[in-house]
Design a protein around this ligand. Structure first.
Ligand code: ZN
Length: 431
């Protein structure tokens, strides 16, 4: 449970920070992550200027938000950014004027089916201003005039993203990506950020690793497009990435979800499904790529085609607190984060051991001669041998460990020591 507690504590630090797709909130988040990771890794932070073309898009102006409020009389605020950061529409342009109730209602957003909650609303690519409040508050607004103020600025600045590369024995890569653009919501997506950070610590602690690990932190969509396009990085990734995971909403404890890759049968799909089935399969929901929503969109785009999958606990869109003021620190828990960490750790361990194996003998080896067969025959002592024999019988030089695992219905986690034993006894070899 140690990781769960560490991740929850980090989420508590990150939660109050007001993030958007650009701006100081993201920079502060990265400063905190860099400090939290210490000398575990090199945490690279990049700034890309407003106006830079990234594939079909352009890096937008940087948004500065200082304050926002609505008041009925001077000094009588009915809504304030200081108390409730979600009350301003993200990327609102500045405004300072008096409006009628009818005019106000046109720029107020609510979630009518959840009348007590404030929705999270943004307008990145069309300049407007707006406010968010509960439906109940909107219904109770009295006629008259209202003073609306957004003290913001849209300026030429930059978009901030970060990455961490942990080199392995080969240049082949495993990609772990998460997004850093959401303000003051815990499950979406403080949880993804802290899980990625904890995974950096875990990977860095491995004595040896076959793969190089690449961690990406950036604003959803525009940040990942920027990441892939800068310096033609997408070409490098297309060549090297063997599997990848987009982490999103991984902090609650309700269930687990996979958002499959575009083809649905990549190494990423196979390893995550293998691990998810090993835990509590009845709590696992599978979503097809048609239900994608996060950065698996860019990573799977034709021409890039990294075969990445999405990993969530309760999937975005699906949990009641999603994109509302209710997505606070009570939605996530140490246990929830720990569960997600255990899944990702097991996935990494499985990838590190996923080789194609060939049996060395013709016909079953005599296990007893090698001390691998119980000399007493009794029910119950047979199971371990049975798994060993199953592995040997399926080690046909074509199947990788994941396929063997699926064929014999034993999770990779349990096969790793079996493979070790068989290798030590010279009964099996890596292709
Ligand atoms: Zn979201």
């Amino acid at each position: 449970m140690n990781e769960g507690k560490a991740m929850y504590n980090l989420a508590e630090t990150l939660y109050p920070i007001y993030r958007s797709i650009t701006g100081e909130g993201v920079r502060e988040t990265f400063r905190i992550l860099k400090e939290w990771l210490g000398d575990t890794c090199t945490f690279n932070i990049y700034e890309v200027p407003t106006g830079t073309e990234v594939f079909d898009w352009t890096v937008p102006k940087e948004w500065v938000i200082r304050d926002a409020y609505i008041e009925k009389k001077p000094g009588e605020k009915i809504l304030s950014f200081q108390d409730c950061p979600l009350c301003v529409v993200g990327y609102s342009k500045p405004v300072d004027e008096w409006v009628t109730l009818e005019e106000l209602k046109e720029i107020v957003h609510t979630q009518p089916d959840q009348p007590d909650l404030i929705p999270y609303v943004t307008s990145y690519y069309k300049e407007r201003y707006g406010f968010c409040m509960t439906e109940n508050q909107k219904q109770n607004l009295k006629p008259g005039r209202y003073h609306i103020v957004v003290d913001s600025e849209l300026k030429d600045g930059s978009l901030t993203y970060a990455d961490v590369i942990l080199p392995g024995e080969t240049e082949e890569e495993i990609l772990i990506s998460t997004y850093s653009c959401h303000p003051t919501m815990a499950n979406d997506n403080c949880s993804g950020i802290v899980l990625a950070a904890q995974m950096i610590k875990y990977i860095a602690s491995l004595e040896k690793r076959k793969y190089t690990y690449r961690f990406v932190f950036g604003p959803e969509t525009i940040g990942i497009l920027t990441y892939l396009s800068q310096g033609g990085r997408w070409r490098t990734l297309r060549e090297r990435v063997k599997a990848g995971f987009v982490l999103s909403c991984v902090g609650d404890d309700r269930g687990y979800a996979i958002v499959h890759s575009q083809t649905g049968n990549t190494l990423s799909d196979r390893v995550l499904m293998n691990v998810l089935k090993d835990g509590e399969p009845e709590k696992v929901k599978e979503y097809s790529f048609l239900e994608r929503g996060s950065d698996e969109r860019q990573y799977n785009y034709p021409g890039i085609g990294l075969g990445v999958v999405g990993f969530c606990r309760s999937k975005y869109w699906e949990f009641p607190e999603y994109h509302t003021s209710a997505d606070d620190l009570t939605v996530i828990s140490e246990e929830g984060l720990q569960g997600s960490f255990n899944i990702m750790k097991e996935a990494v361990d499985a990838l590190e051991h996923n080789e194609i194996y060939t049996a060395n003998t013709l016909g079953e080896p005599q296990m007893g001669r090698r001390g691998l067969y119980p000399t007493l025959s009794q029910k119950g002592v047979w199971d371990g041998v049975r798994v060993m024999m199953d592995v040997l019988l399926y080690a046909d030089g074509r199947r990788d460990l994941l396929e063997i695992s699926e064929a014999i219905h034993v999770p990779v986690r349990e096969l790793i020591p079996v493979i070790q034993t068989l290798e030590n006894a010279d009964l099996i070899r890596k292709k």
